[in-house]
Design a protein around this ligand. Structure first.
Ligand SMILES: *[C@@H]1O[C@H](CO)[C@@H](O)[C@H](O)[C@H]1NC(C)=O
Ligand SMILES: *[C@@H]1O[C@H](CO)[C@@H](O)[C@H](O)[C@H]1NC(C)=O
Ligand SMILES: *[C@@H]1O[C@H](CO)[C@@H](O)[C@H](O)[C@H]1NC(C)=O
Ligand SMILES: *[C@@H]1O[C@H](CO)[C@@H](O)[C@H](O)[C@H]1NC(C)=O
Ligand SMILES: [Cu+2]
Length: 351
């Protein structure tokens, strides 16, 4: 019996039928790193790989998606397409985990990148303009936008208004100074449970990348106490209440990270256009992974909510069998396939 299953396993391995996850061991697990833990060479390699993706041709057809100009835009368009199914609900974590993984895989397989997606360590970022990730130096992912005295306070009805950040204009320093965004902008207040994409969703609208750093939002929402609340959350409902509440009662660490960078990062549809997006989502994935690893039996498969934005009562609850779509980026995946960062196709974790 043992012999038989061993030779069967050997056969399956030879045939390439054994999924990578079954071979994931502590020795082969990749660890995604904090940007501040990368040396200058590693930081430059990541930056170069992002620019490389920008130079690769899109897979989406240009006649249907005129605003999609390159491989990076394939990711932006995919996120736009599924926006109202993957935010402020049960799918935020599973969908974005796989999205970040597909990005990492594209950097590695299509651009020869040797590393993994780094993450933006929120509570360690005590001064954005001096932070190695955002200081505008050649080894950062660029700095603030130029100061725009006319930037308006940001007002979202359930949360009230927030003072504008310290930028508001085009990013003027660092490797992404001349980085163009192509899609959007979208109207965030349009996003909701039953929103359909506007006619203009795929229009080509080239313009500079804009940011408006807002340190107070980060200090208030993504601090060490919030990290502790995430890790101590007794269940997924509690975890999401800190990360991305569906009831709009307050801003979660997910939304606050987007607002901390400001402007293009606050566009719920097209925010993956800012190179900060994937590092922010790697941090979100890190907090989820660390939470899961603290109590695997109870937390690995924990889900709470629906596949509709803000979890309307009419929407069914998401289960492990729920299918996640990734458009041109990948075949559909079940939620089950993405719950374990060391199972199925994955073999990575975080410290
Ligand atoms: C952040 O650093 C900049 C540049 O050194 C400085 O001007 C600014 O006052 C600092 N901000 C905070 C909140 O400490
Ligand atoms: C955004 O959408 C909301 C709700 O559909 C609408 O009331 C508002 O006028 C729109 N704003 C802009 C700038 O188009
Ligand atoms: C999600 O959390 C809410 C509030 O704690 C709870 O009532 C509900 O049963 C949970 N749903 C699932 C599927 O765990
Ligand atoms: C948008 O979603 C639909 C339905 O899943 C799919 O047919 C289409 O290819 C998607 N487009 C993009 C750009 O992902
Ligand atoms: Cu998103």
């Amino acid at each position: 019996m043992g012999l038989l299953s061993n030779s069967l396993l050997a056969l399956l391995v030879t045939a390439g039928l054994v999924v990578a996850g079954e071979q994931c061991s502590p020795e082969t697990t990749a660890f995604r790193k904090d940007w501040r833990a990368l040396n200058a060479h590693e930081r430059t390699e990541y930056i170069e790989a992002v620019w490389c993706l920008r130079r690769q041709p899109a897979h989406l057809p240009n006649n249907e998606y005129p605003g999609v100009r390159d491989r990076l835009d394939d990711f932006v368009a995919t996120h736009i397409n599924y926006t109202t199914a993957i935010h402020a609900n049960a799918l935020l974590l599973p969908w974005h985990r796989h999205f970040t993984y597909l990005w990492e895989t594209a950097l590695r397989e299509e651009c020869g990148y040797k590393g993994y997606v780094p993450y933006w360590n929120w509570p360690a970022t005590t001064n954005l303009t001096e932070d190695p990730l955002f200081d505008g130096s050649p080894t950062s992912i660029s700095g603030n936008g130029a100061y725009d005295p006319n930037e308006k306070p940001r007002c979202d009805p359930p949360y009230g208004c927030e003072a504008p950040g310290t930028g508001g204009g085009c990013v003027t320093s660092g490797p992404f100074k001349d980085f163009e965004v192509h899609l959007g902008p979208f109207n965030n207040s349009h996003a909701g449970p039953h929103a359909t994409l506007p006619e203009s969703a795929w229009d080509y609208n080239p313009r500079c990348l804009k940011r408006s750093f807002n340190q107070p939002i980060l200090d208030r929402t993504n601090n060490e106490a919030a990290m502790k609340r995430l890790l101590d959350a007794p269940d997924m409902d509690g975890f999401l209440d800190v990360m991305d509440p569906s009831d709009k009662s307050h801003i979660g660490t997910h939304g606050a990270g987007h607002r901390t960078i400001g402007k293009d990062m606050t566009d719920v549809y097209s925010s993956p256009q800012d190179p900060a997006f994937m590092l922010h989502h790697a941090m979100i994935d890190r907090m989820w992974t660390l939470w899961q690893e603290r109590d695997i039996d109870n937390r690995r498969n924990a889900l709470n909510g629906t596949d509709v934005m803000y979890n309307p009562a009419s929407a069914p609850l998401v289960t492990l069998d729920h299918v996640l779509n990734f458009g041109c980026l990948d075949r559909p995946r079940t939620v089950r396939e993405v719950m374990d960062t060391r199972g199925h196709d994955y073999c990575y974790s975080y410290h």
